[in-house]
Write a protein that binds this ligand. Structure first.
Ligand SMILES: [Zn+2]
Length: 429
């Protein structure tokens, strides 16, 4: 077990008995799929051009293509912090799956041994833990419930009034309420009980304990899929961005939630974001699309089979303002993921500047184009304002002599149900 500190001892109430189903059953507003007009070049997920024939000679000069592992992962560009929430009025909601969560009485929790604090403010993050208990191979509901009862006893032994965390996921994928009152607060989407799972974060972070030890073992698939579903539900209920999912060790000196599970947190954030995205709007702009523009120094090549579409553009680095630009009609104010596709070749630039324009500012992301091509690489998630403009540009202003590449970009709107603070019944904005 990792160490936890108990919550404060101020008075509160235990309200776990009020489990209204109406909150679970409320209707969702399904977002319409937008269109982007002339800038749409291909449907999302369209495959790039077929591999060039071995003897093909490119129209423009390009560096030679070395052998490359087929499954080489994309290089990692910096992932700017996403905006906290979409601005009010920006987005309709999409339905998010509601997981089955066993209440404290269902899994046989003992009564709390004291008062449990509540806070009316919504939590602003999720902290992921492991219980550091055995990696049992009994994936049954009964086994999960038994471990939850054991955990509660361990936490009583710490002198705590109840289970420390808000929620628990068993290795078999059963989701349980932790501290009494956590479930009703989550279902109402308003406030939470103060936990005892991470010092300094107990009143602002939802703590999820994953049964097992993930220092070297990988969580079972059943646990993982339920954890994704649970986190998406929590984000949806409280208006928490999926980027605000962290490991216990991010806030406390602890090995929790284990090296393996901790290393999976980027994947967790990504899968939660995808679960929340629903029927989002998406557009691709290729270098042959109407929305693309570049000056005469940007030459055209079809050399690499990793290109998107028929060709891509390349240019030599220079300290000049000579951008290759991708213009998009952003349909509404909201949160958008920006991705780039390019051929990744040893000999292309290792620090190509991509500039993302949000409508209120810009961010520059350096991308290593010497590897990891032939796939969509995320440049981050941004709060954007509606309108037609250059949304992504590739700059020549970088070091060295290796080519910078402009090929295709994809913009995807992320949809969240965002609760208006102070208006608990106003579910959608
Ligand atoms: Zn922990």
């Amino acid at each position: 077990m990792h160490e936890h500190v108990p919550s404060s001892t101020a008075h509160s109430h235990d309200d776990h008995s009020s489990l209204g189903r109406r909150d679970l059953l409320r209707s969702a507003v399904v977002l319409g799929i937008g269109t982007a007009g002339a800038t749409i070049a291909a449907p999302a997920g369209a495959a790039p051009a077929a591999a060039a024939s071995a003897g093909a000679t490119p129209a423009g000069a390009a560096p030679p293509v070395p052998a490359r592992a087929a499954d080489q992962p994309p290089s990692l560009a910096p992932d700017p912090e996403a905006p906290a929430d979409a601005p009010p009025g920006a987005l309709a909601g999409v339905e998010v799956a509601v997981p089955t969560i066993a209440s404290c009485p269902t899994w046989g929790a003992a009564a709390a041994r004291g008062t449990i604090d509540t806070v009316s403010t919504n939590p602003n993050k999720i902290l992921i833990h492991h219980t550091a208990s055995a990696n049992v191979t009994d994936y049954s509901q009964a086994a999960g419930y038994q471990i939850a009862r054991d955990i509660q006893q361990w936490h009583f032994a710490n002198g705590w009034v109840d289970t420390g965390q808000h929620l628990t996921v068993s290795r078999g994928g059963y989701v349980m309420e932790g501290r009494h009152g956590s479930l009703s607060r989550l279902q109402s989407g308003s406030g939470t009980v103060v936990g005892a799972h991470a010092p300094g974060q107990n009143s602002q972070a939802i703590g999820i304990e994953n049964q097992g030890t993930y220092t070297s073992a990988t969580p079972p698939a059943q646990l993982w899929s339920r954890l994704v579903e649970l986190c998406a539900y929590i984000c949806d209920q409280y208006g928490i961005a999926p980027t605000q999912i962290y490991g216990h060790r991010d806030y406390t000196a602890t090995a929790c939630p284990g090296d393996v599970l901790y290393s999976m947190l980027p994947q967790l954030r990504s899968e939660v974001a995808a679960a929340l995205a629903g029927s989002s709007w998406s557009v691709i702009v290729d270098n042959t699309s109407a929305g693309f523009a570049a000056g005469g120094s940007w030459l055209t090549s079809s050399f690499s089979a990793e290109r998107y579409g028929a060709s891509y553009r390349y240019a030599t680095p220079a300290e000049v303002s000579d951008l290759a630009t991708f213009s998009v009609t952003i349909p509404s104010n909201g949160s958008y993921r920006v991705e780039a596709w390019f051929p990744g070749i040893d000999g292309y630039n290792t620090s190509t500047p991509f500039i993302v324009y949000t409508g209120t500012g810009s961010s520059t992301i350096r991308v290593d184009q010497s590897t990891g091509g032939g796939a969509w690489l995320s440049l981050g998630t941004y709060a954007m304002t509606a309108g037609t403009r250059t949304v992504v540009a590739v700059s020549r202003w970088t070091q060295g002599t290796a080519y910078v590449i402009a090929d295709a970009i994809r913009i995807t709107r992320l949809c969240f149900r965002v609760r208006r603070t102070g208006h608990p019944s106003d579910l959608y904005v």
